[in-house]
Design a protein. Structure first.
Length: 407
């Protein structure tokens, strides 16, 4: 007797499901009711959809509800959303009740958790550094399909939403560092680029991926002396080739880390691991070795940070001093460039939303689209990411098996 393969089992299960619920044809796509709430957590200034994205969704037959004032911090006015075909909603509870899918920037805060509806789709950042087991259990109780920006990975291996935000984060981190090096901000009073006869500041960047690359680009643009450290030699080699060997690179061993941090005017934490907490690279005694008035910008606080003395701060109170070093550790740094970041989010999110509508159901959308499937961390009543299960001592189920079985 022939034993069927696992893939054949998937296909058989999927065939049974589609016999019970015939798929909609492309001209019978599902009309989604999409809710765009005003961000209320973590002093977030971005909005998940710009008016241009709203117009594209409405033109494709979807209903978009936008909470009044949702785009104000990014300088998008209410009437721009109305002109694009959205319906303005004054009360957040009304918006959540009327929506099949909630798209937002940050994960729901405590008050928003109570507004989520059973069976909804939630598309937002997860922010691993602040995720709790209680949050995940709440989504599972409500049978919500949770799709996280950090996990959406396309077939080519890229994380499109993460990349866009990381490009902004890298550039902004250097602008911020330059400001806090100034004397009136308690810094050394050093210019990033120096002047004729006076050497530039030394900027040490931990991580050679997207955040580190864009931080290095920007720091070089200012004229700084840039040192980049990473645990992966291949990443350093790629960075050198990309920037035409304009940076100094080193493997992030304890020896090189200590030397680099001790000499730094600025340290930028930019080390991330896809879907994981950032590794802790710089210890407290390394920070103590820096000269007074130096600046640390931990640009990966939403992933837990990679410097031992880092703790989350806010846009209204962004810095603190430890060992006489200025620390800037705001988790949602792209919010500082709210309009640019909102456009970037829109450009990536709208195609995914259209695909969900075209599929006719979230189940079929996850089957069809590898990016969305990779992005799913909660499906119905199950946790689907092994790294989250390990973090919180919870069980998880494989997303493909869940979809195939119709659970």
């Amino acid at each position: 007797m022939e034993i069927p393969s696992l893939q054949q089992g998937f296909e058989r299960e999927r065939g049974l499901m589609t016999q019970e619920k015939p798929l909609k044809q492309d001209d019978e796509q599902e009309s989604l009711r999409i809710g765009v709430p005003r961000e209320v957590g973590n002093e977030e200034q971005r909005v998940a959809l710009a008016p241009s994205g709203t117009g594209a969704l409405v033109a494709n037959g979807h209903e978009v509800y936008v909470e009044e004032g949702a785009g104000h911090e990014a300088h998008f006015q209410n009437d721009e959303y109305v002109d694009a075909g959205a319906e303005l909603v004054s009360a957040p509870d009304d918006l959540y009740e009327r929506s099949d899918l909630i798209v937002k920037v940050g994960p729901p805060v405590e008050d928003e958790m109570e507004l989520l509806q059973k069976g909804q789709i939630l598309l937002s950042a997860l922010n691993l550094g602040g995720t709790t087991a209680e949050f995940l259990h709440h989504l599972m109780r409500l049978q919500i399909t949770g799709i996280g920006f950090e996990f959406i990975r396309d077939p080519d291996g890229t994380f499109p939403l993460v990349r866009m935000m990381h490009e902004i984060t890298g550039s902004v981190s250097i602008q911020i560092a330059g400001r806090y090096l100034e004397s009136n901000e308690g810094g050394k009073g050093v210019m990033l680029g120096g002047i004729s006869g006076v050497p530039p500041a030394t900027v040490v960047i931990l991580g050679a991926d997207v955040i580190g690359q864009w931080a290095a680009r920007t720091a070089l643009g200012y004229g700084a002396h840039v040192i980049v450290l990473d645990t992966e030699l291949g990443s350093l080699r790629t960075l050198e080739n990309t920037l035409d060997r304009s940076v100094t690179t080193a493997v992030a061993s304890d020896h090189y880390l200590r030397r680099a941090v001790r000499s730094a005017d600025v340290v930028v934490g930019a080390m991330v691991t896809g879907g994981e907490r950032s590794p802790l690279l710089v210890t407290e005694d390394m920070v103590q070795s820096m000269a007074p008035g130096g600046v640390i910008v931990d640009a990966v606080m939403d992933q837990g940070g990679c410097i031992e003395t880092s703790r989350p701060t806010t846009h209204s109170d962004p810095t603190y001093r430890r060992h006489d070093i200025v620390h800037y550790c705001v988790p949602n740094m792209p919010s500082n460039a709210a309009r640019t970041a909102s456009y970037a989010l829109t450009h990536v999110l709208v195609p995914y939303l259209l695909r969900i509508g075209e599929a006719g159901s979230i189940n079929e959308a996850l089957w069809r689209d590898e990016g969305l499937r990779n992005g799913t961390y909660v499906y119905r009543q199950h946790l689907t990411k092994q790294n989250l299960a390990s973090m919180f001592g919870m069980s998880h189920r494989d997303i493909e098996l869940l979809i195939a079985s119709g659970i």
